[in-house]
Design a protein around this ligand. Structure first.
Ligand SMILES: *[C@@H]1O[C@H](CO)[C@@H](O)[C@H](O)[C@H]1NC(C)=O
Ligand SMILES: *[C@@H]1O[C@H](CO)[C@@H](O)[C@H](O)[C@H]1NC(C)=O
Ligand SMILES: *[C@@H]1O[C@H](CO)[C@@H](O)[C@H](O)[C@H]1NC(C)=O
Ligand SMILES: *[C@@H]1O[C@H](CO)[C@@H](O)[C@H](O)[C@H]1NC(C)=O
Ligand SMILES: *[C@@H]1O[C@H](CO)[C@@H](O)[C@H](O)[C@H]1NC(C)=O
Length: 424
């Protein structure tokens, strides 16, 4: 995130983009794109700033629009309109210093602990896996202390009768972790969702819902390394019960699939349907700024009626871009990378190229480069790079020489930045 922000603040830098904009005027759009692309099997798409006139929506969906304020997602019918607050949060590996004055989000560990401080009644957590103590992997190092503090805080809250419900993926990659046994012994309800058996994948979402009104959503698993060793990005949304209760419906789909002998339902119960989606986003104020927002999910069998699918959300963000699309991803594979044999799958790659060529949108890509990077990725990046031609107004930037202090980049000529290791 920080590397990404720096690129943003330095449009004339090594990745100079003909149409790059200043940070201040375009932050909101960046946020929208980033949110939609970065967050695994669940994402939040947000557009801050001027929103299209409501009239359009009446034309498109008169009934649903007319109903929105009163039907809105439970809880607060007739109550005051949510006045939400959104804070970007991030973590940067401890050994990766940035120049003084670099833009930065609120530290993830601090945001998590503050969110737990706010909890009074309930916490729901979806995470691929849990590993909050260094002990899990035989490490005794100060960099695991923040994760351990989060675990202790959760135990304290359970002791204070705050309910904790956890949905996590089964089988888990963190086989030595005792976190969930410890929490369950203190009253937490835990469901292991057998995603591999059900859909041949994993539960990859990472989010929290606190008191049905605050939300954390990001790339970070419940892992101490996410707080000190890995680049992560996320958002905390405070005081936003409409969005929180919509996210709770997604949590309930996981909860249902984690029940004993659960099968993937043909149709999901009606109370898990949503009216908040791409066509009909939540409209509210975030820090006073008129904002639209919705949650998308994937894969499609896990999307009850009305839920926008992740792919559609990401495509909508790319296709809606007028000036730029900046993306920060761990891998860039226009192929079915996890299926064998791999198949070409150029849907997002095409959308980026179309944005650059058809609409003169400036496309920038940051891709992780680390020990586990598969060199098979590089030809895809070179291809995208070759597509750019500044003098023809096709602006595509795939950085080629950014080096990360303390890391060898010789094997990674195409874009080097530490990024979320959340798929690990
Ligand atoms: C961890 O290391 C510290 C000193 O570095 C030591 O005091 C402590 O006992 C160690 N803890 C464990 C569980 O080994
Ligand atoms: C804990 O919560 C339950 C249900 O919310 C309630 O019935 C019970 O009285 C609470 N106990 C304490 C000690 O607050
Ligand atoms: C949420 O709203 C309440 C009152 O409406 C306010 O007291 C509180 O500070 C807000 N919380 C945050 C985290 O903004
Ligand atoms: C949906 O209904 C079931 C039971 O009918 C209930 O347990 C669950 O909490 C409801 N979910 C939501 C999000 O309201
Ligand atoms: C880039 O575009 C310009 C103008 O259309 C063209 O003259 C030039 O040959 C192009 N460069 C490459 C490498 O295709």
């Amino acid at each position: 995130m920080k590397a990404w922000s720096r690129a943003l603040g330095d449009p004339s830098g090594p990745w100079g983009c003909a149409r790059a904009l200043s940070v201040s005027c375009s932050w909101a759009q960046v946020l929208g794109v980033l949110a939609a692309l970065g967050l695994g099997s669940l994402s939040l798409t947000l557009l801050l700033g001027p929103v299209p006139p409501l009239l359009t929506w009446f034309h498109m969906r008169p009934k649903e629009v007319a109903c929105r304020p009163c039907k809105a997602q439970g809880g607060e019918a007739g109550g005051p309109v949510d006045s939400c607050r959104l804070v970007l949060v991030e973590s940067i590996p401890q050994d990766l210093p940035f120049a003084a004055g670099s833009p930065s989000g609120r530290p993830l560990a601090q945001a998590w602990l503050q969110l737990l401080d706010a909890a009074q009644e309930s916490i729901q957590v979806a995470s691929y896996y849990w590993s909050l103590t260094g002990q899990d992997i035989g490490v005794n190092d100060t960099s695991s202390q923040q994760g351990e503090a989060v675990l202790r805080k959760l135990q304290l809250l359970l002791a204070k009768n705050v309910s904790l419900a956890v949905a996590t993926s089964s089988p888990t990659p963190a086989t030595e972790s005792t976190d969930l046994h410890v929490l369950a012994a203190q009253g937490a309800r835990v469901r292991q969702v057998p995603m591999k058996k059900l859909i041949g994948g994993v539960l990859h979402s990472k989010f929290w819902i606190v008191d049905r009104r605050h939300v954390f959503l990001g790339s970070a698993n419940m892992d101490w390394r996410s707080l000190t060793q890995v680049k992560e990005l996320g958002a905390v949304i405070y005081n936003c019960s409409h969005l929180a209760q919509d996210l709770e419906k997604i949590f309930q789909t996981y909860w249902a699939l984690g029940a004993p002998h659960a099968v993937l339902p043909q149709t999901w119960p009606r109370n898990l349907s949503t009216h908040i989606n791409h066509a009909q986003p939540f409209r509210g104020r975030f820090d006073g700024v008129p904002t639209t927002a919705y949650f998308s999910a994937s894969p499609p069998p896990l999307c009850p009626h009305g839920r926008t699918r992740d792919l559609d959300a990401v495509l909508a963000v790319i296709r809606g871009a007028r000036k730029f699309v900046y993306t920060a991803v761990m891998e860039y594979f226009p192929s079915t990378h996890f299926h064998h044999p791999a198949r070409y799958w150029p849907v997002l790659d095409n959308a980026l190229r179309a944005a650059a060529l058809n609409r003169g949108v400036c496309v920038r890509l940051l891709v992780s480069c680390w020990l586990n990077t598969d060199p098979a990725m590089f030809p895809f990046l070179r291809s995208l790079q070759a597509f750019g031609n500044a003098s023809a107004g096709i602006s595509v930037d795939v950085p080629d020489t950014l080096s990360v202090p303390g890391r060898k980049s010789s094997s990674c000529p195409w874009g080097v930045t530490p990024t979320s290791r959340s798929a690990a």
